[in-house]
Design a protein around this ligand. Structure first.
Ligand SMILES: [Zn+2]
Length: 442
C-alpha cells in the first residue's frame, strides 16, 4: 500500500498533467538531482493553499507547487474557465523544461469559423449561434494576405440588419474596416435591442483593396480566420491590463518606469478618465521599444509594430500602448474600433501615440485611443457623421470646434487635454461590455 508519505519508487505515479493524478494531489516537477537528466513529473500531495490561477510569487504557496509568470499554474490537461493550455519554458532545479501549463487567456474565442473565399456567393453568409445572457460578442475577421476587411452586413436572429449594406456608415451597429484584421463588436451602440439577441446570427464578411482609404473597393481573396468571442453578462466592466512600450527617446528607464513621473501621471490620468465607468488600470508591464521607433512615419510602421511587438500580458487581455517621441502622421492611432480582443501580433493589436511631453496630457491622448480600442467611435466624425450612441451630442457642420456641444467628450476628435473630459452613460455602457476588461483581482 502506498501512503502520502511514501517515497519509494513503486509508489510514485508518473504523470503528464494534473488530470493523471488523484483528486487532492498534483502533477509535480521532481528534482532529478542530476543537472543532465530531464525533469520528471510525478503525482505528489498538494502543496500550498492557493488555487490554479491565483496570483503568486513563490512555488510553495500554490497547491500545484508551481508559480509561473505570477500565477499558480499546473501541467495541463484540463484548465479552468478563462485559461488555456499553452507551451511554456519552466526553469526549475537549474534546468529549462518545455511544458504545457495553464495560463490565463480571458478573451479566448468561443467559435472558430472560416476560412472562406471572398466574395461569398450572392445571398450567402456565415452563420453562428449566440447563447443567451451575453453582454456582448465580437467577431474578428483576419486576412493573412493583408487585404482590407470588414463585414458587409450583419443580421440579428429577428431579421434586424445591424450592419446595413445599403448604408454601412449609418448602420445601427456600424463596424469600421481595417487592413488585415477587423473586429465587429455587438452591441457597439446603446440603440441595439436585445443586447445581443440569442439565436442564429448571419454575417457577410468581405475583402477590399487595402491601398484605398475612405472607400471600399471589393477585391476577391480569402478570410483566413473568423473568430467569435462571447462576453457573459456576469463579466461586464472591471480592470484593464496594459503593456506600455516606451521608445528610448523618451528617456525613461523601463526597469524603474513605474516610478517615473511621466508614467505615473499618464496612468493616473487614464484612471481619472475611466473612473466614471468604474474601469481602472491593473497589471501594467513595461517594454523598451527599439530606437528605430522613436519616430513612426506612417500607418504601415504602426501596423508593423502591432504585428511584431504586441504581447498578451499575464491574462491574455493586455492592451498594448506604444508611446513614441514622434508619430509623424497623427497624434494617436488605435488598431481598430474596437481593437481585436485577446489577439496579439496582428496589424490591429496595439495603440501607438506620440508623447506630448507631459505625462498627464499624454495620458488623456492614450485614454482617447483606449476608448476607440474598447469600441467607441468619435462623437462627431471628422466627416461630420454622428457616432451610433444615442446620448452623445453632435456637432453641427460649421460650428467653431470649441463651441461644439461634444467638445468636452473624451471621444471628440479634437479634444482639449484636460482631466474632466466626459464619457456619457451610453458610451460607458458600450465600453464596459468589451471582453478585454476583467474582474480577476486575485
Ligand atoms: Zn480618435
Amino acid at each position: 500500500m502506498c501512503g502520502q508519505m511514501d517515497h519509494n519508487e513503486a509508489c510514485e505515479v508518473s504523470c503528464t498533467s494534473n488530470d493523471d493524478c488523484e483528486p487532492g494531489s498534483r502533477c509535480a516537477l521532481v528534482d532529478p538531482s542530476d543537472p543532465n537528466a530531464p525533469i520528471v513529473l510525478r503525482c505528489a500531495p498538494r502543496l500550498g493553499a492557493f488555487e490554479l490561477g491565483d496570483a503568486c510569487q513563490r512555488d510553495d504557496v500554490c497547491g500545484s507547487g508551481l508559480c509561473h509568470e505570477g500565477f499558480c499554474t499546473e501541467p495541463c490537461g484540463t484548465c479552468a474557465n478563462g485559461m488555456a493550455c499553452e507551451p511554456s519554458t519552466i526553469h526549475r532545479y537549474g534546468i529549462d523544461t518545455n511544458l504545457s501549463v495553464c495560463r490565463w487567456r480571458l478573451a479566448a474565442p468561443a467559435l472558430e469559423l472560416g476560412p472562406i473565399d471572398t466574395p461569398l456567393p450572392d445571398g450567402a453568409s456565415v452563420e453562428f449561434d449566440v447563447p443567451p445572457n451575453l453582454a456582448s460578442f465580437v467577431v474578428v475577421l483576419e486576412s493573412d494576405e493583408g487585404l482590407r476587411v470588414t463585414a458587409e452586413s450583419l443580421q440579428a436572429p429577428d431579421g434586424t440588419l445591424l450592419i446595413d449594406p445599403a448604408d454601412r456608415a449609418s448602420s445601427l451597429n456600424p463596424a469600421v474596416d481595417y487592413i488585415g484584421i477587423v473586429s465587429v463588436l455587438v452591441p457597439a451602440s446603446d440603440r441595439v435591442e436585445g443586447r445581443p439577441q440569442p439565436g442564429r446570427w448571419r454575417i457577410r464578411p468581405n475583402t477590399y483593396d487595402p491601398t484605398l482609404f475612405g472607400e471600399l473597393q471589393p477585391l476577391p481573396g480569402r478570410i483566413d480566420r473568423i473568430s467569435v468571442l462571447f462576453e457573459p453578462e456576469t463579466e461586464v466592466g472591471g480592470q484593464l491590463d496594459l503593456v506600455l512600450g516606451l521608445s528610448p527617446g523618451l528617456g525613461i528607464d523601463v526597469k524603474t518606469a513605474s516610478t517615473s513621473t511621466f508614467v505615473m501621471r499618464l496612468l493616473e490620468r487614464i484612471d481619472t478618465h475611466y473612473a466614471p465607468a468604474e474601469v481602472r488600470t491593473a497589471d501594467v508591464r513595461f517594454v523598451l521599444l527599439d530606437a528605430t521607433h522613436d519616430t513612426v512615419e506612417d500607418g504601415v510602421e504602426t501596423r508593423g509594430m502591432c504585428a511584431t511587438l504586441s504581447e498578451p500580458g499575464p491574462r491574455g487581455v493586455s492592451v498594448n500602448v506604444f508611446v513614441v517621441e514622434d508619430l509623424s502622421y497623427t497624434d494617436g492611432h488605435s488598431g481598430g474600433i474596437p481593437g481585436p480582443p485577446g489577439i496579439h501580433r496582428s496589424n490591429g493589436s496595439c495603440i501607438v501615440v506620440e508623447s506630448l511631453g507631459n505625462g498627464a496630457h499624454t495620458g488623456t491622448l492614450v485614454a482617447h485611443e483606449i476608448g476607440h480600442f474598447l469600441g467607441l467611435h468619435h462623437t462627431t466624425g471628422v466627416d461630420g457623421r454622428p457616432d451610433p450612441i444615442s446620448d452623445t451630442p453632435i456637432c453641427a457642420e460649421g460650428t467653431e470646434v470649441s463651441e461644439c456641444p461634444d467638445y468636452d467628450n473624451l471621444l471628440f476628435p479634437i479634444f482639449p487635454l484636460q482631466s474632466d473630459l466626459q464619457l456619457t452613460p451610453g458610451q460607458i455602457d458600450v465600453l464596459r461590455r468589451n471582453p478585454l476588461l476583467h474582474e480577476r483581482p486575485r
